[in-house]
Design a protein around this ligand. Structure first.
Ligand code: DGJ
Length: 735
């Protein structure tokens, strides 16, 4: 059983396949954290606690003079401001008299079969009974009836624990929550390093790893979206942890708004990791009888390095987070017209693109920005979700029919959350925006943000989008968001609720997506926010793939996809072959290299195919065929980062191994041309050492070697000339 409860010793122990998590109801009813790490059965870890009288660390009143009990020092399951704990508090509860305090003590627990859904929020789910088990622990404030309910859902097989909590106001007064994080993870000791994933528009999720020093490191977004700049995912690891060995812990927040992930090393070298909604600007009014549910955070532990940690997240998010028909199915190989035409298209151009693409084997045409309203540039038209029939004569039904006649599906772009001032929507509803009365407001990409905290706005968007999705058999939606939130103020909420707007906005986005998903279950939704500006596990609950970056340069993409792979499955990475020279960097890379990189994800093309010569078209046909043949391995297999492509590496190499282990794909891109270059040796992983594999590279004679030889001696790659050549090696088990 994943959850073990020892009532005599007041111990709660959670076991996954390879990890153990233990907490106890400690003295005075405080819920203390004892251990999280490698699996250890039958132990009572309370021996690790070190009660001592520490100067300047206060003692709660009910300890009656016990100076060795201080919440400033003890490891806790959920910290609260006002308890004498000066480390990062998870909860800031403010009372009507301005006092900020809550001191929670254990009240009861409940074991729940399965995994409960969270109201209005993304959450892991189980596919079959027994896959998950949940522990709910209820604590009550010592002097009031404010309750804290902590939820722990254990997914044994994937070594993960989903944590969240809700605060229940059973008092008879209002309580304001100025912070309510999702989880707290206290470590009694440890020289840990933190990996965070930072970036910028067109340069998302670069990897940074640094030892924790005394004080705090915070990865955060206050932008109203999880952002390009930091990602709500982090890894705490022991100093020598690498891909194949060492201990590491992942914290992944299922949330798409402003977030905070903080790692703190305290005066005694103890570590506290917290994650949740960013407290800046956040204040939730909790009336008597109301509850506030935090987003879910998913913890994973690996004692076998980063690769296992990533594989756990990949499997878990593929199977227990993403939903819908396309959850584990290969997505249609698409052609997107954005980098081919930008706003300058009509149905003739689109049909031309579709015709050429269909002949090459492409399965879906995606009409990007510009098909609606008066939208010939990014300065107007957003919000007017009616087809521009001067561009698409006959509208979407006619275009769809023609595209379907070519044997292709049709998909379409929306940016539902935004509006242009030059639009009928804005002229009709100028009050439906996030804006602060009396202040002019901030434009970004010449657009303003709709107030999705308001139900009527969400409803109007649902009507507009479902009207379009019902007018023709559209099978895909690209859901874009091209600016961040400013002027976060809603006309629909009272002054003391304005701190709720940013979170209510995210709940509005989720509720709109949820309604659309249930109304159009056959439509595949791809998330996007100027590329990967909202690439988070929250969005994956609604959109099983996300456009990874607006940067389509293959070499930059290697880095972006490398960083993304630490916390997110390959099947979720929207990735396209684009033109050369690349529109973002001006760099030229071979078509083969562009495809090698793009097919490490949900694959597509985004260029004017009519500009390609016959040789290139033949190559594309082969690429599509290759992707089809290998998509089970790529999308459903285990992923291995064979090299770190950052910091001037000579090679980027990554690998997929199919679930049954029978097939593998090794991709290599040479990053630096070298004269008089030595041979390169690549060591694949995850093979059966005792099986033999046939290794086949394009235009090379195949050869057979044992898994053991391949993994330990490696595969020899003759150095290739030219800029950024790529090699793809398919390994098939033959004996
Ligand atoms: C940003 C997206 O990331 C691009 O792919 C494209 O859809 C544009 N927006 C359209 O405005």
């Amino acid at each position: 059983m994943a959850i073990q409860i020892d009532e005599k010793k007041n111990l709660f122990t959670l076991h996954t396949k390879h990890s153990t998590y233990q907490m106890m109801v400690g003295p005075y009813g405080v819920l203390l954290h004892l251990y999280y790490g490698a699996k250890t059965e039958g132990e009572d870890f309370s021996y690790l606690l070190h009660p001592a009288d520490h100067g300047f660390s206060g003692n709660p009143h009910d300890t009656k003079g016990d100076r060795t009990f201080s919440l400033d020092v003890l490891p806790q399951e959920y910290s609260s401001l006002g308890t004498g704990d000066y480390r990062t508090p998870c909860l800031r509860a403010v009372w009507p008299n301005g006092a900020c305090a809550a001191d929670f003590r254990f009240e009861s627990y409940e074991r729940i079969a399965g995994k409960p859904a969270l109201p209005g929020l993304p959450a892991l789910y189980e596919n079959k009974p027994g896959e998950a088990e949940t522990l709910k622990i209820v604590c009550k404030d010592r002097v009031s009836s404010l309750r804290l309910c902590l939820l722990y859902s254990v997914f044994e097989e994937t070594d993960s624990i989903a944590r969240s909590c809700f605060i229940q106001n059973d008092t008879d007064s209002i309580v304001y929550l100025d912070a309510a994080y999702s989880c707290c993870l206290d470590f009694l000791q440890g020289d840990y390093e933190l990996m965070n994933f930072y970036g910028r528009h067109t340069g998302e999720r670069s990897v940074e790893r640094a030892p924790l020093r005394h004080g705090k490191f915070v990865a955060e977004s206050t932008r109203g979206a999880s952002s390009h700049q930091q990602n709500p995912f982090g890894i705490l690891c022991a100093p020598h942890t690498g891909e194949e060995a060492g201990e590491c812990y992942g914290v992944s927040l299922l949330y798409s708004g402003s977030f905070l992930l903080s790692a703190e090393k305290d005066q005694f070298g103890q570590i506290r990791l917290v994650a949740g909604i960013h407290p800046d600007g956040f204040r939730w009014r909790l009336k008597p009888g109301e509850t506030f549910q935090t987003p879910e955070a998913v913890l994973c532990y690996s004692g076998q390095g980063l690769e296992k940690l990533s594989q756990c997240y990949h499997r878990l998010y593929r199977k227990n987070l993403c939903r819908g028909e396309y959850r584990e199915k290969r997505r249609p190989i698409l052609i997107n017209n954005w980098e081919a035409t930008y706003f300058d298209f009509d149905e003739k151009k689109l049909e031309e693109i579709a015709k050429t693409a269909a002949a090459l084997g492409v399965e879906m045409l995606v009409v990007d920005d510009g098909w609606f309203g008066k939208r010939d540039s990014d300065t107007s038209g957003l919000g007017d979700w009616t087809v521009n029939t001067s561009k698409l004569h006959g509208g979407l039904p006619a275009l769809c029919a023609r595209v379907n006649d070519l044997g292709m599906k049709l998909g379409i772009w929306f940016e539902p959350e935004m509006v242009s001032e030059d639009s009928d929507f804005y002229r009709t509803h100028p009050d439906w925006l996030l804006h602060i009365p009396g202040r002019p407001g901030i434009r970004s990409r010449d657009q303003l943000v709709l107030d999705l905290s308001r139900e009527e706005v969400v409803h109007a968007l649902f009507k507009a989008i479902s009207g379009i999705l019902s007018c023709a058999p559209l099978e895909y939606v690209k859901w874009d968001m091209n600016r961040h939130l400013t002027d976060v103020w809603s006309a629909a909420l009272s002054p003391d609720q304005q701190g709720e707007v940013a979170h209510r906005y995210v709940l509005g986005v989720y509720s709109l997506l949820e309604r659309l998903l249930s109304a159009f279950p056959h439509v595949l939704f791809e998330g996007c926010a100027g590329g990967g500006g909202r690439f988070d596990a929250g969005m994956l609950y609604y959109t099983p793939q996300i456009w990874c970056s607006d940067n389509t340069d293959a070499i930059d993409r290697i880095l972006i996809q490398y960083g993304t792979s630490f916390g997110y499955p390959i099947s979720s990475v929207g990735s396209h072959v684009s033109a050369c020279p690349n529109h973002q960097t001006g760099r030229c890379t071979p078509l083969k290299t562009r495809a090698t990189v793009a097919m490490s994800g949900a694959f597509g093309y985004e260029l004017d195919l009519s500009k390609l010569d016959e040789e290139e078209k033949k190559q594309i046909q082969k690429q599509i065929q290759f992707y089809r043949e290998n998509s089970n391995t790529i999308l459903g297999g285990d992923y291995y980062r064979l090299t770190n492509p950052e910091n001037g590496a000579a090679l980027a190499a990554w690998q997929f191994v199919s679930e049954d282990g029978a097939q593998s794909l090794v991709n290599v891109v040479f990053l630096r041309p070298q004269s008089n270059a030595p041979a390169q040796y690549i060591k694949p992983r995850g093979l059966d050492p005792f099986s033999r594999y046939c290794v086949k590279a394009e235009q090379e004679p195949p050869f057979v070697l044992s898994g053991s030889a391949l993994m330990h001696a490696g595969i020899k790659l003759a150095p290739l000339m030219g800029e950024y050549p790529a090699v793809q090696l398919v390994l098939k088990r033959v004996e």
